[in-house]
Design a protein around this ligand. Structure first.
Ligand code: KG4
Ligand code: ZN
Length: 340
C-alpha cells in the first residue's frame, strides 16, 4: 500500500479503547498535542480487583462520543478540519477494541477522512517521540505494560527487530498480582510503587530469573516466590515485600535493557508502557544511561499509561508510510509488535 502525503499542519484524531481507558486526542504533524482527553474506568473495575471486559466495553460505548467531542473542542477544531482518524485496532480486549474501531470508522466515513488502524504497542513507543522530538533511532525500547514486556531494537522509524519478550507473566501483571496478594487496591502497580517508598529494597533477596541470560523475561517464578515468602513469614513488613519485589523486577528490566543497548549499538534507551511510570524503574534506567553514556528517553507518567495522543501520533507516521487502512480491517486482540 502507498503512503499518503500529509500537508504541514495536518491534524489527526486518535482514539484509544483497548483496555480500561476511553481516550481521544488531536495531534498536529504527528508531534504537537493539541488536546488529549483520557477518561479512566479505574473506579468502575476497582471493586472487582481487575478489568471486567464486558463492563469495559459498555463504559467505552457510553463515554466515547463525549470524550471525542471534548478532544475536538479543546483542540479548537471540527471533524472537517482533520486529516485522518486513527484508532487502536489491537492488541487488547476484543469487545473494548470493537467499540473504538467501529466509532473511528463511522467518524472517518461521515467526515470523508482516511481511517488508519494503529498497533497499541507501537503507539506506546511513539509516546516518547511526542515528548522528545529529537529522539533518533537506533534505539532500544523497553516496553512494559499490563499485557506485555518487550525489548525491541528500533532500527529506524517504523523499522524494528524484536530482541526478547516475557515467556510467562508481563511485568505489569506481576505487579498487579503481587499487589492483590498483599491486599493493595487495583491497579496494583502504582500501589506497590507508593508502598515500596516506605520499605527496604534489600530486605528480601527475591530471585532475578534469566537476568544475565538472553533477552527474554520471566516473572512468574518471582510472583510465586513472593507468595511463598509471605505465607512463611506472616509478620513481614508489606512495605519491605513491596520494595524487594519491585527491586527484583527493576533489576532484571534495567540489566537486560542496558545489555541490549550495548550489543545493538543503540544511542539511547527508551521506556514505554504503564510500568514505565514506576518511580524506581525511571530512576534506575536514568542512572544506567548516565553511566553507559546513553540518552535516556523516559516519557512523563501520563504519557506512559494509555492515552490517545500516542495513537494519533502513530497514525500520522503510519499514514505517511503505509497509507489508509482498509475499512475491512477489524479489531485484532492478539496483534504483535509490528514486524516481529
Ligand atoms: O500500558 P498500560 O497503561 O495498559 C496496558 O496496555 O496494559 O499498563 C498498565 C499496567 C498495569 O499493570 C499497572 O499496574 C502498571 O501498568 N503500572 C505500574 C505503575 N503504573 C502503572 N506498575 C508499576 N509502577 C507504577 N507506578
Ligand atoms: Zn497500554
Amino acid at each position: 500500500m502507498r503512503g499518503l502525503a500529509l500537508r504541514p499542519g495536518s491534524r489527526v484524531l486518535g482514539i484509544e479503547t483497548s483496555c480500561d481507558e476511553t481516550a481521544a486526542a488531536v495531534v498536529v504533524d504527528g508531534a504537537r498535542v493539541a488536546s488529549s482527553v483520557v477518561s479512566s474506568q479505574v473506579d468502575l473495575h476497582a471493586r472487582f480487583g481487575g478489568v471486567v471486559p464486558e463492563l469495559a466495553s459498555r463504559a467505552h460505548a457510553e463515554l466515547l462520543n463525549p470524550v471525542v467531542a471534548e478532544a475536538l473542542l479543546e483542540a479548537g477544531c471540527e471533524g472537517r478540519d482533520l486529516a485522518a482518524v486513527a484508532c487502536t485496532v489491537g492488541p487488547g480486549l476484543v469487545g473494548a477494541l470493537l467499540v473504538g474501531v467501529s466509532a473511528a470508522k463511522a467518524f472517518a466515513l461521515a467526515w470523508r477522512l482516511p481511517f488508519v488502524g494503529v498497533n497499541h504497542l507501537e503507539a506506546h513507543l511513539y509516546a516518547a517521540f511526542l515528548e522528545e522530538p529529537d529522539l533518533k533511532p537506533p534505539l532500544v525500547l523497553l516496553l512494559a505494560s499490563g499485557g506485555h514486556t518487550l525489548l525491541v531494537a528500533m532500527v529506524d522509524h517504523l523499522r524494528y527487530r524484536l530482541l526478547g519478550a516475557t515467556i510467562d507473566d508481563a511485568a505489569g501483571e506481576a505487579f498487579d498480582k503481587v499487589a492483590r496478594f498483599l491486599g493493595l487496591p487495583y491497579p496494583g502497580g502504582p500501589a506497590i510503587d507508593r508502598l515500596a517508598m516506605e520499605g527496604d529494597p534489600t530486605a528480601i533477596a527475591f530471585p532475578r530469573a534469566m537476568r544475565d541470560d538472553g533477552y527474554d523475561f520471566s516473572f512468574s517464578g518471582l510472583k510465586t516466590s513472593v507468595l511463598t515468602y509471605v505465607r512463611n513469614h506472616p509478620d513481614v513488613s508489606s512495605a519491605d515485600v513491596a520494595a524487594s519485589f519491585q527491586e527484583a523486577v527493576v533489576d532484571v528490566l534495567v540489566a537486560k535493557a542496558r545489555r541490549a543497548a550495548r550489543e545493538v549499538g543503540a544511542n539511547g534507551l527508551c521506556l514505554a508502557g504503564g510500568v514505565a511510570a514506576n518511580s524506581a524503574l525511571r530512576e534506575r534506567l536514568l542512572d544506567a544511561c548516565i553511566s553507559d553514556g546513553l540518552r535516556a528517553f523516559i516519557p512523563s507518567r501520563t504519557m506512559c499509561t494509555d492515552n490517545a495522543a500516542m495513537v494519533a501520533a502513530t497514525g500520522w507516521w503510519r499514514l505517511r508510510e503505509d497509507g489508509p487502512t482498509p475499512l475491512s480491517v477489524g479489531a485484532q486482540p492478539g496483534l504483535h509488535f509490528p514486524g516481529t
